[in-house]
Design a protein around this ligand. Structure first.
Ligand code: BGC
Length: 847
């Protein structure tokens, strides 16, 4: 076996470059929430660091989203490298003891549970995360010993796939220990700063209510350079120009779906999206609920003045220019946001929706720069379920420009004299259970002063109605070159088409190609999910090579993300290349390497860069920055021979407690779509490596994730949960889409023809390959108990739906497909269609 990994453990030039790039960029992901002027710190010297994330800084969440980097720079290390003397070592040592004790007990518990349940430890860990140990009290002695007037408290939270977060202390809420400690620093130090090293929303109201806290900064989880980035930001070397991409509520109960979410109501089988389109600011702004920090909010260190320069309408495209002047003391970047309030007519609508945004370049104190904001009025249409049309209703569209969703001014008013049908669709997502959705109760908008606003008129004739051709049946391919034995090499050489090659394959051959390289099950079981590849250890899986000898069809390697490329950083093989099992995968070595290693064994290294988590990237509001991060990942994929990145994740942040929110960007689909597109453009810029946008769709809950049924209306799907995927597909054509585990209105998304074929392919023009999430269509006991309520997804129905690859799959998937074609329940043309999709992407990877 040939590995692509390095045999030299030394830092490579590429690794150094990637680290430097991330360090330079990541300050933009940091959001200053409160600052009384204490930041940036004016001088270096002694500093007291406290909190569970000070020494054990979280670089990103757990599970398949955890990237195994060489090292992680903690905030303590970051401050020390920046020239501070950390003078709270006593407290940090006491926290270490508490953590060690907690970890030992945890590992024992996991091992025991794993034996009892017959599940790999990694899987048990998913459902039962380690949590936070008791936090030692900060004593008067600590304060005196620290000998400084500046204290930084780093509050961390961790979560990951397979389990949702809890509305309890040590999770969404602060623990009593933490509150006491934060009060202590507030009363004992002149400069008391709280840093949130979190992947998602927590109860920040409690912290800001503590008198004496000078600054609260959401430093998020910034990858393996995190500690350096934080030190750069705190000292003002980098500008923290991040803005929130979620609404941070005063109280958790202010989120509209709080009571019914996941385990909160004791029912994880059925999740009714009763709040409809009213998620995040769409809810808070429409229903006039005061948030703690609105969507789009962030302070930075400097101040900006804006000059609205011009606006125009060219056909249906609106463009505005805003001049931004830095009137503060520090150099910095600003984010200009544009929201549109569509007229309240017959179709339900929120108060406003984000339609465009722009990040300025770095503007020096006293200097100015112009930014351009543009959007198409067609994107302001709302879905009318009765007529199955996207409609722009007549009336006045108010274009608001502002620095967050609550601080805007009306820049333009665009009038439309008649209703315009932007596109005609088919309703694709019939409810399996009827339920009532929240609607906007307002019949009229509040009076607003719009005298200063620029008045524009949209000509209804500038918009042509779009219609779609929906595929219902696929065409059977006939073997037109029957005298020849075509191979994949012929396809690569341009001597045969993918269709011609597919037409020569037997049902058995195609069924094998439609299922991943499941032989590595044994490896997977001994290890954990997300590392089933043989060729590239730590990669999540690979497609099959069963048709390599006969047809030269190569396998593709698939590895996780989104916070970088997830591979096993260090593995061993004997001199013949046979893997020696063992090594660290989830940050904890359950399977140490054997002691009797052959003398001539070889050590291999795959050190990848952990970039900021998706939420942090989104907080930069900078698509160029995200594209650069995508480029980093793409280059590492090329180096380590990975073809498809199982990222970015782009589910909507519906509720703060979703365990995987850190892997996703925002509560808003425009941001999610733009970020996923930027990531994709970066990764795919190398040629031969592609992204897999996931989890398609409505995987907004982790508890019971394989069997939970998301009940969502057609309108809400189209305007919110599918919108980001639509934007990403149209802007960047990712190589792949991964369906989710859950059911959507009673049908597993993996089996949903309307979602995969009618929506992604027919309406959006998706040209890539669709794959399942891991072990879909398998009652895999190691993934948790089967459901009493809902059946498992079906392998033949995946093929019918156009879900081309079942990953990593099992023997039963193959036989189920063969049986279904043979008994006539699955059209052969459907299987051929899936194989063509898979081979087309394989061809792009090996071109
Ligand atoms: C996750 C996916 C991931 C896959 C492979 C699944 O458990 O849901 O996001 O890509 O594992 O590791």
């Amino acid at each position: 076996m040939r590995y692509y990994a390095d045999t030299d453990p030394a830092l490579s030039t590429m690794e150094i470059e990637h680290r430097d790039t991330v360090r330079k960029l990541a300050g933009e992901c940091v959001v200053v929430m409160e600052n009384n002027g204490v930041l940036p710190l004016k001088s270096k010297g002694n500093i007291a660091l406290y909190g569970n994330g000070a020494r054990h800084t979280i670089k990103g969440g757990t599970g398949s989203g955890d990237v195994n980097s060489r090292t992680v720079v903690s905030i303590e290390e970051g401050f020390e490298a920046a020239g501070f003397t950390v003078t709270s070592k006593g407290w940090l040592g006491r926290y270490d003891d508490s953590l060690k004790n907690h970890q030992e007990k945890y590992l024992e518990r996991i091992k025991k549970k794993s034996e009892e349940l017959g599940m790999p430890e990694g899987m048990v860990m998913f459902a039962d995360p380690i949590g936070i140990p008791p936090i030692p009290p900060i004593t008067e002695h600590d304060v005196v010993e620290s000998n400084t007037d500046t204290a930084v408290y780093v509050l961390s939270r961790d979560s990951g796939e397979g389990g949702d977060r809890f509305f309890t202390q040590k999770d969404y809420l602060l623990s009593d220990d933490e509150i006491k400690d934060i009060r202590k620093i507030a009363s004992s130090y002149e400069n008391a700063i709280v840093l949130l090293n979190v992947g998602g929303i927590i109860d920040v109201s409690t912290i800001s209510a503590i008198e004496g806290i000078g600054a609260i900064v959401n430093v998020s989880q910034l990858g393996n350079m995190g500690g350096h980035v934080v030190a750069d930001v705190i000292t003002g070397k980098s500008d923290p120009s991040g803005r929130l991409t979620d609404t941070w509520a005063m109280r958790y109960e202010d989120y509209p779906c709080w009571s019914g979410f996941s385990h909160n109501n004791g029912d994880t089988d059925d999740e009714f999206y009763r709040e409809g389109i009213y998620v995040g600011y769409r809810y808070f702004d429409t229903f006039k609920i005061e948030p703690k920090y609105p969507f789009g909010y962030g302070l930075g260190y400097t101040k900006f003045d804006w000059d609205f320069k011009s606006a125009s309408l060219d056909g249906s495209r609106y463009t505005a220019t805003v001049g931004v002047t830095n009137v503060g003391e520090y150099d910095g970047k600003d984010v200009v946001q544009l929201y549109v309030s569509a007229p309240y007519g017959n179709i339900d609508k929120p108060y406003q929706e984000l339609r465009a945004y722009a990040k300025t370049p770095l503007i020096k104190a006293g200097e100015s720069a112009d930014v351009t904001l543009t959007f198409d009025m067609k994107d302001c249409a709302s879905y009318d379920t009765g007529s199955a049309c996207m409609i722009l209703e007549k009336g006045d569209y108010l274009v608001r420009i502002g620095s967050d969703s609550r601080s805007t001014f009306v820049a333009s008013v665009i009038s439309l004299s008649e209703d315009v049908i932007v596109s005609r669709h088919k309703n694709l997502f019939k409810a399996d259970v009827e339920f009532e959705e929240l609607i906007n109760p307002l019949l009229a908008r509040d009076e607003e002063d719009i005298t200063e606003a620029e008045k524009l008129t949209l000509d209804p004739k500038s918009i042509e109605t779009v219609t779609f051709d929906y595929v219902t049946e696929r065409h059977l391919l006939e073997d037109r070159r029957s005298g020849e034995h075509l191979t994949f090499d012929d396809v690569l050489a341009g001597k045969a088409t993918v269709e011609e090659l597919t037409a020569q394959l037997t049902v058995e051959e195609m069924a094998k190609l439609a299922v991943g390289a499941y032989e590595s099950d044994a490896l997977m079981q001994s290890n954990v999910i997300g590392s089933a590849s043989l060729l590239v250890p730590g990669a999540a899986a690979e497609t099959t090579d069963k048709l390599y000898d006969s047809r030269k069809i190569p396998l593709m390697i698939l590895a996780d993300g989104p916070a970088g490329l997830r591979l096993q950083p260090h593995f061993k093989a004997d001199a013949q290349g046979n893997r020696i099992m063992g090594g660290e995968v989830f940050g904890m070595a359950f399977n140490p390497f054997p002691e009797d290693l052959p003398e001539d064994h070889v050590d291999y290294y795959q050190y990848c860069t952990a970039i900021p988590i998706a939420t942090a990237l989104a907080q930069s509001w900078n698509n160029d920055l995200i594209e650069l991060c995508g480029k980093i990942v793409g280059e590492e994929m090329k180096k380590y021979f990975v073809h498809l990145w199982l990222a970015p994740g782009m589910n909507i942040h519906r509720n703060p407690l979703c365990g995987r929110n850190f892997e996703y960007y925002s509560e808003d689909p425009l941001i999610s779509g733009n970020c996923a597109a930027a990531d994709t453009i970066g990764v795919q810029s190398w040629g031969g490596q592609g992204t897999t946008i996931k989890h398609f769709a409505c995987n907004n809950q982790e508890d019971n994730r394989m069997y939970s049924n998301s009940h969502v209306s057609e309108k809400t799907l189209r305007e919110l949960y599918l919108k980001g995927f639509e934007i990403a597909v149209k802007k960047s054509q990712p190589y792949s889409i991964m369906t989710s585990y859950n059911l959507l209105n009673g049908t597993h998304t993996a089996n949903n023809f309307d979602l995969i074929q009618s929506m992604a392919r027919d309406e959006w023009g998706f040209e890539g390959v669709v794959m399942t999430d891991w072990y879909t269509s398998q009652e895999a006991d190691f993934m948790g108990p089967p459901s009493d309520k809902y059946p498992c997804s079906s392998s033949p129905l995946c093929i019918r739906a156009g879900n081309d690859l079942q990953m990593p799959g099992c023997e039963k998937n193959v036989t189920d497909i063969i049986d279904a074609v043979n008994d006539g329940s699955l059209p052969l043309a459907d299987l051929q269609f899936c194989i063509c999709n898979a081979l087309k992407i394989t061809a792009r990877c090996f071109a």
